[in-house]
Design a protein. Structure first.
Length: 139
């Protein structure tokens, strides 16, 4: 059985030498943007699971807008665990376009498990930062 520990939403996640992970462009409180549509070249769901034994797990994942059920992206894949313990699965989605503010859901259905693992996040309007120009030098 696979259990879900947490999901981190970021732009990129990459494994470094020695097995450590580098997370780039973390979205700790959802995604804020001054306008819609809002394109993201890459959106990564960095997921931590725990496996109770060595096993092959197959999964289907999808990113959906909650209010209308529109699917923005989906992925299929699998992961093999050599032993019981932590399992890290970063799934990067390319060219995501958010067309509305609101609540979104990332769901992963693992073959043989009853319920999907869900992560919800908000795409919210944030005002564009004001650009303050320094005064021009006097002649």
């Amino acid at each position: 059985m696979l259990t879900h520990d947490y999901t981190v939403i970021c732009e990129h996640a990459r494994m470094e030498f020695g097995g450590k992970w580098t997370i780039i462009g973390l979205f700790p409180n959802g995604i804020g943007t001054p306008q819609i549509p809002f394109p993201l070249p890459v959106l990564t769901f960095f997921q931590a699971f725990h496996s109770d034994k060595a096993q092959q797990y197959r999964f289907t994942a999808k990113l959906s807008q909650l209010d209308n059920g529109a699917v923005l992206a989906s992925a299929n894949g699998g992961v093999h665990t050599a032993q019981a313990g932590p399992v890290i699965v970063p799934l990067a989605l390319g060219n995501i376009q958010f067309k509305a503010f609101g609540l979104y859901s990332w769901s992963i259905e693992v073959e043989g498990q009853d319920e999907p693992f869900l992560t919800q996040f908000n795409v919210a309007h944030v005002p564009q930062p004001m650009m303050i120009m320094p005064p021009a030098p006097r002649p």
